[in-house]
Design a protein around this ligand. Structure first.
Ligand SMILES: Cc1cc2nc3c(=O)[nH]c(=O)nc-3n(C[C@H](O)[C@H](O)[C@H](O)COP(=O)(O)O)c2cc1C
Length: 374
């Protein structure tokens, strides 16, 4: 990492050119102007039960409890929610972010690429680091190494990727509730900040191990659990089963975060209402659409009529992210990694369909700026 990259990750912003004049005001970026409409739609007139949950809540207890300003969290997504994109998501209202999943073994061996995943800007706070692994002592050691830079430690117990599962990590842990207990217990002993897990409904297609896994984690000292309502075998297909989230919520006394198919403000309200979960976590629906966090916050506060961003706003935010990524990673790697983001930002736009080939090959920030202006 060079000096410029370090400076950016440690504080000051860039892309000022892209934020001034031609593009967006700060108010538009933060969604301040977007949440003033009165409540009119019946959908949002929910029973007392739902609105009895205040917007502010906490994960953990005591001096290290993490205070959250709203009930909508951003999901860890390897290759998507890097420091640059999290910086954007945060501004639109994600109450908590997570690093991409980080190998506990990689930290143990001081691997430079692994350590790069830990970088985050100061305003990306509160933030949890998500670790993966299956050896309790290695995960605990890794957690202790990084705890000073994070507000919490999340342990990945749901990743379905073959190279993770074949190493007995990620969703493979769902078959071993005793090991889940040992991992959480040892990590809790190694750190002072809250420890959480993120898991799935089960491992194989018909499995439903979520409750057993979450109870083991709670007993070992976890401060919260997140459940994605699909099995690992389903990967990302089919519909998430929210009933399993409700079952876990009813059985646990620590906060339960629901995940899977939260694609709009209305879906977030429905998940909270149907499952009683304490927070909703948004994954794929935020790709190219950081506005979803402002939309969900508005919906959870009972406001509706959230306006879609204009094409200019979308282009400005896309360009701002690209500029930040370039400063962090260098133009070559940043623009390569930006291509799927660009396509997500421009999904559905006629202009993008026309220029798809050029956008998919864009190599410099300048090229992107010209294509977006055109
Ligand atoms: C590209 C991609 C990368 C992901 N990486 C991670 C990860 O690093 N850690 C994790 O716990 N989940 C990961 N997930 C799963 C998401 O966090 C989330 O659980 C899943 O997408 C379901 O939520 P959704 O329906 O809102 O997308 C990933 C998902 C996708 C699509």
């Amino acid at each position: 990492m060079n000096k410029d990259q370090a400076a950016i990750l440690s504080g000051d912003h860039l892309a000022k050119d892209h934020l001034s004049g031609d593009y967006l005001t700060k108010g538009q970026l933060t969604g301040e102007s977007l949440t003033e409409q009165p409540l009119t739609n019946d959908l949002f007139l929910l029973e007392e039960y739902f609105f009895s949950k205040p917007a502010q809540w906490e994960i953990g207890t005591g001096a290290h409890a993490v205070k959250l300003e709203s009930r909508v969290l951003s999901a860890p997504m390897a290759g998507v929610t890097d420091a640059g994109y999290r910086r954007i998501l945060r501004r639109f209202g994600a109450a908590l972010t997570y690093t991409e999943m980080v190998s506990a073994k990689g930290l143990h061996y001081h691997n430079e690429n692994t350590r790069f995943l830990l970088k985050h800007v100061p305003e990306d706070k509160p933030i949890f680091v998500q670790l993966f692994g299956s050896e309790p002592d290695i995960i605990a050691e890794a957690a202790a190494m990084v705890q000073a830079d994070f507000d919490g430690i999340d342990i990945n117990m749901g990743c379905p990727a073959p190279k993770i599962v074949s190493n007995h990590d990620g969703s493979a842990l769902m078959d071993k509730p005793e090991l889940v207990y040992d991992i959480v217990k040892m990590v809790c002993q190694a750190v002072e900040i809250p420890v959480t897990i993120k898991t799935r409904k089960g491992r194989r297609l018909e499995d439903n191990q979520a409750l057993e896994v979450c109870l083991a984690a709670q007993e070992a000292g976890a401060s919260a659990v997140t459940i994605h309502g699909r099995t690992a075998a389903q990967m990302y297909s089919g519909k998430a089963d929210w009933d399993v989230i409700r079952q876990v919520k009813e059985a646990l006394h620590i906060p339960v975060i629901g995940n899977g198919d939260v694609v709009s403000g209305a879906a977030a309200v429905r998940m909270m209402k149907e499952t009683g979960c304490d927070g909703v976590m948004v994954g794929r629906a935020c790709q190219g659409n950081p506005w979803i966090f402002a939309e969900i916050r508005a919906a959870l506060e009972g406001r509706e009529g959230f306006p879609k961003p204009s094409a200019e706003e979308v282009a400005a935010v896309c360009l701002e992210q690209a500029a930040f990524e370039v400063a962090c990673k260098g133009e070559d790697m940043a623009m390569r990694e930006m291509r799927p983001h660009i396509m997500s930002y421009l999904k559905g736009s006629k202009n993008a369909a026309r220029k798809k080939r050029e956008l998919m090959q864009v190599r410099t920030l300048k090229e992107l700026e010209l294509l977006l202006k055109d």
